[in-house]
Design a protein around this ligand. Structure first.
Ligand SMILES: CC(C)(COP(=O)(O)OP(=O)(O)OC[C@H]1O[C@@H](n2cnc3c(N)ncnc32)[C@H](O)[C@@H]1OP(=O)(O)O)[C@@H](O)C(=O)NCCC(=O)NCCS
Length: 165
């Protein structure tokens, strides 16, 4: 395992490896198969990025842009890190990339996360996400509940910071 990871946008040929990782990371929650990833990558309003150890994809994440182009909102569709590579900063690196993309359009970001997923919730809170609501029985087939979380747009965060100064 190296300490240097290559980052690049994901392509169709990465879809199977993403599906394999999903099966490990989201076993009870309808993991996406290869074809879903392939469609997601090809969509013009999604941004999928991966981290590679040598040629092996070890972390992946996807952001979707929604709404009017002049005032878009964003949604994190997925993020996952190979269990053998977790807690080494890769989740943070992929989040940085996605948040930079959203901030460059001054858009808010939304996501859903299992209410019992403490590592992911801690990561999202570290990036400024707050909980908006609980969605009961959101995940299938597990029936687990989800939090909907939001990160305010950059201009709103800046305004709030100025107010706190
Ligand atoms: C959530 C996930 C992507 C984090 O990836 P990672 O590469 O391990 O995370 P990082 O090492 O970059 O850590 C970033 C922050 O996340 C939080 N975090 C990550 N793992 C954690 C854990 N086991 N316990 C508590 N906090 C954790 C911490 O705030 C951490 O910051 P810190 O290192 O300064 O304390 C990873 O645990 C994962 O793939 N989980 C399974 C898939 C999943 O649940 N995805 C989210 C679906 S909504």
């Amino acid at each position: 395992m190296s300490d240097h990871f290559e980052l690049r946008e994901l392509r169709r040929e990465d879809a199977q490896r993403c599906a394999d990782l999903e099966k490990i990371l989201f076993p009870g929650d309808n993991p996406w198969p290869r074809d879903v990833f392939a469609v997601e990558f090809s969509h013009p309003t999604t941004f999928y990025i991966g981290a590679f150890d040598d040629e092996l994809l070890v972390a992946y994440a996807g952001l979707a842009m929604m709404g009017p182009a002049e005032d878009p909102e964003f949604e994190i569709h997925t993020i996952g890190v190979d269990p053998e590579y977790q807690r080494r900063g890769l989740g943070r690196v992929l989040m940085d990339q996605m948040m930079h993309a959203a901030d460059s359009h001054d858009g808010p970001v939304f996501l859903e996360v299992r209410t019992d997923n403490e590592p992911a919730i801690a990561m999202y809170e570290a990036f400024g996400f707050t909980t908006l609501a609980v969605r009961k029985n959101y995940y299938r087939p597990s029936g687990a509940d989800a939090y909907t979380m939001q990160r305010a747009r950059l201009s709103d965060r800046e305004q709030k910071n100025e107010g706190n100064e």
